[in-house]
Design a protein around this ligand. Structure first.
Ligand code: TRP
Length: 450
C-alpha cells in the first residue's frame, strides 16, 4: 500500500502517539478517578498497571500495526487469520463510543475557553460551581460544543496523517507541559494546599474501594489509548526501524508524568477552596477557575492570560486524542469500503455526533437518560474503559502470545534481528502469561468471584 502516509521523523512518531495518549484522560479523568478512589493508593495500583500491563500491551498493538501496515481489522486478520479481525472491529466500535462521550467533555473545555476569554469565570467558589451546573444543564449549548468538537476533529482527520496530525503536535505538546508546570507551582502555593499534596502522595488504604483494581486498570488503558487498536492504527504509519519497546516506554512515562502533574495541579487547589476530591467528572471544571483567580489574585491579568492559555491547550490535547480515535474508523472505512477519505470520515463524524448529543443530554437537561443507574455518559465511560479496553488488550495478548507465528513476532519486535533479544524474552513472557492472567484476575475480583 504505497499510498499510505508515514510519520516523518522519529520525534514525530513519539509526539503524535503521545498526542493520542495525552488528553482529557490525564487532565480530566485521572484526577477525578483518583479523587473517587482515595488518592495515593489508587495511584500505586495505577502505576503497577501501567508498568506491568500497559507497556507490554502497547508494544503488542504496535507490532500488529507496523507489521501489517493497514487498518485495524485487516491488520489483526493478517496476523491471526480472518476470525481475529474481530479484535479490530471491537476496537473500531470502542473508539467510536469513546469519541462520542469524550467529545462532550472536550466541548465543555471549549465552553470554558470561551468563558475565560469573556471573563465569565470570575467569582467565588460557589459561583464557579453554579456556573458549571447552569451550563451543563442547558439543553442546547453543551450539545452544540460537543458536536462542534467532533466536526473540528473531522476536518483534521479528513486532511490526512502527515499534514494534519504531525505538524500541530510538535509545537503544542511541549507548550502544554510548560504551562502545566507553572500551574502546579501556582496551585501548590495556595493556602491549605498541603492537604491535597498529602492526599496524592500518602496512601490511605482504608479509603480503597473494592472496584479500585478495575478502575485503575481501566484508567491506565484509557490513558495509554490501549485496547482499541488505536495504537495499532498509528503504528501502521511507523517506519520499519522504530524501536517499539523504547517508544512505548517513553510514551507511557510521559503520559504518567502528565497525569501526576495534573493531580498536583488539581488536588492542592481543591483542598484549598474546599471542593470535595470525589466530586466526579465536574472536578476540574469547578477547581481550576479557582486556581486561576486565587493563585494570581495579585496579578489578575496574568491569571486571565494563563486561564485562556490553559483551556486552549486542553482543547488541543483533547483534539490530538479525538483525532486518533476518529482515525481508527476512518482508515477502516476508507480502505475496506474503498470510500474516499472524506466520505469515510463523515460516517464516523455522524455516528459520534449522535452519541455525543445523547451523552451530553444525559448529564444535563435529560438526566433520566440512564443505563443501570448511571447517566449515559458515565455508562459509556464505564463500558469502554472498564470492559471493552481490557477485553481488547486481553484478546491481543492471547493472539500475539499464543496464536501468532512466533518467528514473525520476534522479527517484528527486534526489527529483523537488529535489536537485542533480552527484552524480547521478558516481553513475550509477559504478554503470554502476566497480561492475560492479571486482566482475568481483576475481572474476577470485580465481579465478586475472587
Ligand atoms: N488516551 C487518551 C486520553 O488520555 C484518550 C484516547 C485517545 C483513547 N485514543 C484512545 C482512549 C483510544 C482509548 C482508546 O485522553
Amino acid at each position: 500500500m504505497s499510498s499510505r502516509g508515514t510519520f516523518g521523523s522519529k520525534l514525530a512518531i513519539v509526539l503524535a502517539t503521545a498526542g493520542s495518549a495525552v488528553g482529557l484522560g490525564n487532565i480530566w479523568r485521572f484526577p477525578f478517578m483518583t479523587g473517587q478512589n482515595g488518592g495515593a493508593a489508587f495511584i500505586l495500583v495505577y502505576f503497577a498497571c501501567i508498568l506491568l500491563l500497559g507497556i507490554p500491551g502497547m508494544v503488542n498493538e504496535f507490532l500488529v500495526g507496523r507489521h501489517a501496515q493497514t487498518n485495524a481489522a485487516r491488520a489483526y486478520g493478517q496476523i491471526g487469520g480472518r476470525g481475529w479481525r474481530t479484535i479490530g472491529y471491537l476496537g473500531i466500535l470502542t473508539s467510536t463510543i469513546i469519541l462520542g462521550f469524550y467529545a462532550v467533555v472536550a466541548g465543555w473545555c471549549l465552553q470554558y475557553l470561551y468563558a475565560s476569554i469573556a471573563g465569565q469565570l470570575d467569582g467565588d467558589p460557589a459561583y464557579v460551581v453554579s456556573y458549571f451546573q447552569t451550563f451543563s444543564s442547558d439543553p442546547l449549548k453543551p450539545c452544540l460544543w460537543g458536536v462542534g468538537f467532533v466536526l473540528i476533529t473531522h476536518v483534521v482527520v479528513a486532511q490526512g496523517v502527515e499534514k494534519g496530525i504531525e505538524r500541530a503536535s510538535k509545537l503544542l505538546m511541549p507548550l502544554l507541559l510548560i504551562l502545566l508546570l507553572i500551574l502546579v507551582v501556582a496551585s501548590c502555593m495556595l493556602p491549605g494546599a498541603g492537604k491535597g499534596i498529602e492526599f496524592l502522595l500518602k496512601p490511605d488504604f482504608s479509603k480503597v474501594s473494592s472496584g479500585v483494581f478495575l478502575e485503575a486498570l481501566g484508567q491506565a488503558f484509557f490513558s495509554l489509548s490501549l485496547g482499541t487498536a488505536c495504537l495499532c492504527t498509528y503504528a501502521s504509519y511507523f517506519k520499519r526501524d522504530t524501536n517499539l519497546l523504547r517508544s512505548a516506554t517513553q510514551i507511557a512515562l510521559l503520559d504518567s508524568a502528565i497525569a501526576i502533574l495534573a493531580g498536583l495541579m488539581i488536588f492542592p487547589a481543591a483542598f484549598s477552596v474546599g471542593v470535595q476530591p470525589d466530586s466526579g467528572p465536574s472536578l476540574i471544571f469547578i477547581t481550576l477557575p479557582n486556581v486561576f483567580r486565587e493563585a494570581f489574585s495579585a496579578m489578575p491579568v496574568v491569571g486571565y492570560v494563563i486561564s485562556i492559555l490553559f483551556y486552549a491547550l486542553l482543547v488541543f490535547a483533547a483534539l490530538t486524542s479525538t483525532i486518533s480515535m476518529h482515525e481508527i474508523g476512518t482508515a477502516f472505512f476508507h480502505e475496506e469500503l474503498r470510500l474516499p477519505r472524506q466520505r469515510a470520515a463523515w460516517i464516523l463524524t455522524v455516528v459520534c455526533s449522535v452519541i455525543a448529543v445523547f451523552c451530553s443530554l444525559s448529564v444535563g437537561a435529560y438526566s433520566n437518560l440512564q443505563v443501570f443507574g448511571m447517566s449515559l455518559l458515565d455508562f459509556c465511560d464505564f463500558l469502554t474503559a472498564q470492559l471493552m479496553l481490557p477485553a481488547g488488550a486481553f484478546l491481543t495478548s492471547i493472539l500475539m502470545g499464543w496464536f501468532a507465528n512466533r518467528q514473525l513476532v520476534k522479527d517484528e519486535f527486534t526489527n529483523g534481528g537488529t535489536l537485542r533479544e533480552t527484552f524480547f524474552k521478558a516481553w513475550f513472557f509477559s504478554i503470554r502469561y502476566i497480561v492475560p492472567l492479571c486482566i482475568v484476575l481483576i475481572f474476577l475480583h470485580q465481579f465478586g468471584v475472587l
